[in-house]
Design a protein around this ligand. Structure first.
Ligand SMILES: C[S@@+](CC[C@H](N)C(=O)[O-])C[C@H]1O[C@@H](n2cnc3c(N)ncnc32)[C@H](O)[C@@H]1O
Length: 280
């Protein structure tokens, strides 16, 4: 079943958190001159028009990127992400939002490889059109987990895998855990950044506990809840589980999250957390 289209959600508060974390990890990898690979297992279309019939339907970006992109004095840690957004929208009007593949492409140098997988035929075609000509990129219309595992470990021995499933199916949480454990066996020193929505607090805590009990070491959890938990109110928050996070990431997110909370909160119960859930 492939009913999910990211264009409905592009630029929402969950994208803001995910793409901020993504840019900070890539910037950390760039600190060393050695090449690395960026894997995007659920790549989406790569780029979104915010005026398309999809994006404008619920206009989720209005509760996300639109609230922050032109704020004065943002924290230094979010500057790479905001620069990508501003360069894509040079006319001072927010019209285009980059997906994770475009963000990676914009901030990585050509010596580093891009591995994108996307199952949806329409989004795959858009992705291929945008990046297929790049020598540094491989675009696969394949299951993201299968593709990732087939490419591990990278010869460069350095890499980040962004795992960003739609969580449409009940089993998707278990699929993430199972596949991450397998990928981690193949490439234990890689960085894995797994996105999750906060729709049901119960599911989220179970998911994070599965990571705690996975046997994998060095796991950071980052969460931004823009309103009170609710089982009836759709997505009230968003988080990332990061395996082998760069050493400064927790500290950087402690700087960024209060600012994001200030601008993105939707009620007084809004909160954030940065927690090392498994030690190194
Ligand atoms: C949340 S969106 C990705 C957004 C993108 N990572 C970004 O941040 O711009 C999830 C994508 O995963 C795709 N998808 C779903 N199941 C997949 C699978 N098993 N393998 C690869 N792609 C899949 C969907 O078609 C959808 O485009």
């Amino acid at each position: 079943m492939l009913s999910y289209r990211h264009s409905f959600h592009a630029g929402n508060f969950a994208d803001v958190l995910k793409h901020t974390v993504q840019t900070l990890i890539i910037e950390a990898l760039k600190q060393k001159p050695k090449a690395f690979v960026y894997y995007d297992t659920h790549a989406g279309a790569g780029k979104y028009s915010l005026f398309s019939k999809y994006s404008s339907k619920n206009a989720e970006y209005k509760e996300g990127i639109e609230k922050i992109w032109q704020q004065a004095n943002p924290p230094e840690e979010i500057s790479t992400y905001l620069t990508v957004i501003k360069e894509l929208n040079p006319d001072d009007k927010l019209a285009t939002y980059p997906g994770s593949p475009l963000i990676a492409h914009k901030i990585m140098s050509k010596q580093n490889r891009l591995e994108f997988s996307e199952l949806h035929p329409t989004d795959y075609a858009l992705l291929d059109q945008e990046f297929g000509h790049l020598r540094s990129a491989n675009i696969a219309q394949n299951d993201g987990y299968k593709h990732l595992k087939s490419k591990l470990p990278p010869i460069q021995r350095r890499g980040l895998a962004l795992i960003d499933p739609p969580y449409e199916l009940k089993d998707e949480y278990n699929d993430v855990i199972k596949n991450i454990k397998q990928a981690h066996k193949l490439f234990a020193t890689g960085i894995y950044a797994i996105w999750y929505p906060v729709v049901s607090r119960h599911h989220v805590e179970r998911f994070c506990n599965q990571f705690k009990n996975s046997g994998i070491k060095n796991i950071l959890r980052i969460e931004l809840n823009v309103k009170e938990d609710s089982n009836e109110d759709g997505m009230t928050g968003t988080g990332m589980v990061i395996i082998n996070p760069p050493w400064k990431l927790a500290q950087q997110m402690q700087q960024v999250l209060p600012w994001l909370l200030e601008h993105l909160q939707q009620d007084k119960q809004a909160n954030y957390k940065v927690e090392q859930i498994v030690k190194e």
